[in-house]
Design a protein around this ligand. Structure first.
Ligand SMILES: Cc1cc2nc3c(=O)[nH]c(=O)nc-3n(C[C@H](O)[C@H](O)[C@H](O)COP(=O)(O)OP(=O)(O)OC[C@H]3O[C@@H](n4cnc5c(N)ncnc54)[C@H](O)[C@@H]3O)c2cc1C
Length: 489
């Protein structure tokens, strides 16, 4: 069931349709339901209207019209977010960027490219591949998620351990602000003078403005990449192997961990002949061939010393791709072993992987639930998947409580409530557990400086919208922001 949205004035529908074209202005209730959630499908709100602009000028005009009507705006890429970031606010205008998918310019000599925000992450590397280049951040959703969504979430991926997150690969952005004005932040030349406003926008979860162009750093493909798959009796040994490899000075391109349940799910989805073991690491080492051979020999020695049962090296590129497919499809694969699951995302120091996974396991046991783990081990970025059956009374609630307890373990161990999926609507209640009042006030002031009317994505990230409200004449909350927002589907 969805919350019924306040009606959007016909004059606004007509005005927006005149800007973006009738077929790109969605107002029919049945069609609006397509946009009622992101990847976190347990929260659903039907938007008032969806506009699908085709250019920066159209985005700016849509923003002006929505602002004049006093409506909140929710930017949306592919809707794969896992924190309810693109969850509509009742009565809002969703601005979908999926039509803006042009690659505008590539400068190989200076190693950058300019793209529209609706370009799919994997299409960037596909376009660059023949020239020997690629775009490094590789979320597991990379075949569907957009660059705009990646920028808003500061997305990570398996290979961000060595190469850095999205923020390290965005040189510039064009942003439409809440009054419809357009600003350019950063640019193709590194290190713009003044405050790093680009750095503020990357990871701002669609709350400061709408990104309509992005300048991306592109990299030359490494000469060689060696991959190995190591199995372990349990996550304890696998966790120690991760710490030992990185402590030895090796920076793998990627080092991903899967526990027993995640391996079972990935096998079921891909047909891989992985053994039934307590844990596995999938690791890439890349660079010049001579260095890679030396490094991967050292890494496999360290994995063996930490208790590896078996170390497999793919026979060819096809087998290597299949191994990575197993890892990248593991979230979705968990749907084969459980009717429902919550994808949690938190960070811990990587030296704490083994004890934290043990603590999570004992909490899960106490709650009568199962947790599968598949995650970016090198970054300490956990993704515990809490499995439950919504048909069993009480299980969903227990799963949510366990998800919350896992976040508290992350905070207690010196980590964070999100590594890459963002705070969105889902984790806003935990921000107060991670940050003090002063920190939240400071973040709120930054938000007010960009978006004084709280136009974009109201009600996300901050546990309460109080700060702008403390500044009379500045904050005007949309009434829907303050009422109970979302139905849980
Ligand atoms: C199976 C699966 C695996 C995943 N694996 C990873 C992973 O490995 N690493 C990772 O980081 N994430 C991962 N994700 C989460 C998700 O794919 C990323 O957060 C991704 O960046 C979202 O992109 P999107 O285009 O789908 O954005 P959406 O979900 O549409 O939006 C995400 C946020 O960005 C805002 N936004 C979107 N476009 C713009 C824009 N142009 N301007 C301003 N704000 C905008 C939205 O308002 C929202 O707050 C995964 C998701 C799934 C379903």
């Amino acid at each position: 069931m969805s919350a019924s949205p306040p009606a959007v004035p016909e004059s606004l529908i007509a005005g927006i349709a005149a800007v973006v074209g009738k077929s790109h202005c969605v107002s029919e209730p049945e069609q609006l339901r397509t946009y009622e959630c992101d990847g976190l499908a347990s929260f659903r709100v039907t938007p008032g209207l969806v506009a699908l602009p085709g250019s920066t000028a159209e985005v700016a005009e849509v923003v002006r019209l929505a602002a004049r009507a006093g409506l909140p705006i929710v930017p949306r890429g592919a809707g794969t977010g896992l924190s309810g970031g693109a969850l509509p606010v009742p009565g809002c205008v969703v601005v979908g960027l999926s039509r803006m998918k042009k690659i505008l310019e590539i400068d190989f000599e200076n190693e950058w490219m300019r793209v529209e925000p609706g370009v799919i992450n994997l299409d960037v590397s596909r376009r660059l591949s023949a020239e020997g280049y690629y775009y490094a951040p590789d979320p597991s959703s990379q075949s569907v998620c957009t660059i705009g969504g990646n920028v808003a979430e500061n997305s990570g991926g398996a290979h961000c351990l060595k190469y850095g997150f999205t923020v390290n690969h965005v040189l510039g952005a064009r942003v439409v602000l809440g009054d419809g004005s357009v600003v350019d932040l950063g640019g193709a030349v590194p290190d713009s003078p003044g405050y790093d406003l680009l750095g503020v926008v990357v990871g701002s979860e669609g709350m400061l403005g709408i990104v309509t162009e992005v300048v991306l750093r592109i990299l030359r493909k490494p000469e060689a990449t060696l991959t190995f798959f190591a199995t372990f009796p349990s996550t304890d040994e696998a966790g120690h192997a991760v710490s030992a490899i990185i402590a030895s000075g090796i920076v793998p391109a990627a080092i991903e961990m899967m526990d027993r349940l995640a391996i079972v799910a990935a096998k079921a989805a891909t047909g891989l002949d992985w053994p039934d073991v307590g844990a596995a690491l999938l690791m890439d080492v890349d660079g010049p061939l001579a260095e890679v051979e030396h490094t991967s020999a050292s890494a496999t020695r360290l994995a063996s010393a930490a208790g590896a049962l078996e170390i497999r090296v793919p026979r060819d590129e096809n087998e290597r791709q299949l191994m990575w497919k197993g890892r990248k499809s593991a979230f979705a694969a968990v749907g084969r072993i459980s009717p429902n699951y919550i994808v949690q995302d938190g960070v811990i120091p990587r030296s704490a992987i083994a004890p934290v996974l043990r603590e999570i396991e004992s909490l899960a046991l106490a709650a009568g639930l199962r947790v599968a783990n598949v995650f970016h081990a090198g970054d300490g970025n956990l993704h515990p998947l809490v499995l439950y059956d919504a048909r069993v009374p009480g299980q969903e609630k227990r799963a949510e409580e366990l998800g919350g307890d896992i976040l508290r373990i992350c905070i207690r161990s010196g980590g964070s409530i999100t590594g890459e999926h963002g705070v969105g609507a889902d984790k806003a209640p935990y921000m107060g557990e991670m940050f003090g009042e002063g920190d939240l006030d400071t973040m709120g002031r930054v938000r007010c400086a960009f978006d004084p009317e709280n136009r974009f994505n109201p009600g996300k990230v901050f546990p309460t919208p109080r700060l702008c409200g403390d500044r009379p004449g500045v904050y005007r909350a949309h009434p829907t922001e303050l009422s109970g927002q979302a139905d849980r589907g």
